[in-house]
Write a protein that binds this ligand. Structure first.
Ligand code: HEM
Length: 282
């Protein structure tokens, strides 16, 4: 039966290709047409078979992922866990997961039933389950909030079964990332890069210990554990000015003569340059 289907669809795909070619349609138009055919077939739930049809695969080239199931919004909505539905799925950032084992959360009457049968990415942060506004638009969130949605994605990746991709905001009908998705990934990479740079900075310039008392005021000092960063050097306190900031923090500096350290830090006034402890006069 499947073989017959494949042969028939291959033939019709071939004919379609020949007809279109003879009529001189551009590759762009051909793509658009195939996109519609792809969605049409998917609505009949054998869309994934299109990926196994060599001819269509050749036409579409690398734009088709070979094994993944692609869902339309309408199809995903039929997996909302209600009586008579096809199952209990949700999507996050365009990826679809089977969450049946969490039906107490996502099933009818569950606290998180809102997420069933849809991509409610944004509500993972806003907690707005009223259904108003685009539920999957995360670019309207703050970058750190987007990172929060991404953590939820990791949660589903670890805890539930991946089922495929949702055609729409994040993936096109070939299962390839949309421009929107690329923007999301870029934002997440930027956040990640900044986080890593901050971590590197903390290792290079660990925070100082500090204390204050009424008689002697503030004192800052370095130790091999200051800032909670265990290391085999102590360092000397410096006022560290981070890029883009006009304020400073106290950092323990291993090599105060290092040119980049000299550019971004100042000695505490009245403190010996090599002293591991300085009084702060404000
Ligand atoms: C933005 C707001 C929130 C969102 C999007 C959210 C989302 C979720 C989701 C998706 C689950 C199910 C996780 C799974 O599949 O195992 C869950 C579970 C849970 N949530 Fe929330 N939650 C929110 C706020 C809260 C708050 C404010 C509380 C408590 C004060 C809370 C308490 C819980 C508890 C206790 C569970 C586990 C229930 C169980 O295992 O039986 N959540 N949450």
């Amino acid at each position: 039966m499947i073989v017959k289907f494949i042969i028939l669809t291959s033939l019709s795909g071939f004919l379609l290709f020949v007809i279109i070619n003879n009529n001189g349609l551009s590759f762009k138009k051909l793509n658009g047409l195939l996109e519609k055919v792809n969605i049409f077939l998917m609505n009949f739930e054998f869309g994934y078979l299109i990926n196994t049809i060599p001819l269509l695969r050749d036409i579409l080239g690398s734009r088709v992922r070979l094994t993944e199931k692609l869902f339309t919004n309408e199809e995903l909505a039929t997996f909302n866990g209600e009586i008579g539905s096809k199952g209990l799925y949700l999507a996050i950032l365009g990826k679809v997961y089977d969450v049946k084992k969490g039906s107490k959360h996502y099933g009818p009457g569950g606290n998180y039933h809102y997420f069933a049968g849809r991509d409610g990415s944004k509500a993972f942060i806003t907690g707005d389950f009223s259904g108003s506004g685009p539920a999957d638009d995360v670019l309207s969130l703050q970058p750190e909030e987007m990172a929060g949605v991404n953590q939820w994605l990791s949660f589903y990746e670890n805890e539930y079964t991946y089922k495929g991709k949702l055609i729409g905001r994040y993936y096109n009908s070939y299962g390839n990332p949309t421009e929107y998705q690329k923007q999301v990934i870029k934002t997440l990479q930027d956040i990640d890069g900044e986080k890593r740079r901050n971590e590197d900075l903390e290792l290079k310039y660990p925070p100082c210990n500090s204390e204050w008392n009424r008689e002697s005021g503030t004192r800052v000092w370095c130790s091999k554990m200051s800032g909670g960063i265990r290391r085999d050097w102590t360092g000397v306190p410096r006022m560290l000015y981070l890029p883009g900031s006009d304020s400073y923090r106290c950092a323990c500096v291993k090599d105060p003569e290092d040119p980049s350290t000299r550019r971004s830090s100042r000695e505490y006034p009245g403190c010996e340059p090599r002293s591991t402890s300085c009084r702060v006069f404000t």
